[in-house]
Design a protein. Structure first.
Length: 83
């Protein structure tokens, strides 16, 4: 989902973006400004709120870590909010 949102914002094909990110390293590093834009969309779409703390800031440096953080936030939602 994160790659799809990044690709949508960048106007590129998700498969091409994934390949480009994979070439940069296994964590799929992303630009922090783009990550913030995607974070806002993720929060709005899924009704989650990620804490503004060092752990979240670090997670936003890679697609892999960012996706894991978002998934954890969604899983932690009360069951009716996650649907």
């Amino acid at each position: 989902m994160i790659i799809e949102l990044l690709a949508e914002d960048g106007g590129v094909n998700p498969a091409d973006l994934r390949r480009q990110l994979e070439e940069q390293g296994p964590g799929l590093p992303i630009d922090s400004l783009l990550a913030v834009e995607v974070l806002v969309r993720v929060e709005q779409r899924f009704g989650v709120q990620l804490d503004a703390n060092p752990a979240t800031a670090e997670a936003m440096q890679s697609v892999v870590a960012f996706a894991a953080t978002v998934r954890s936030a969604i899983v932690a939602l009360p069951s009716e909010a996650a649907q």
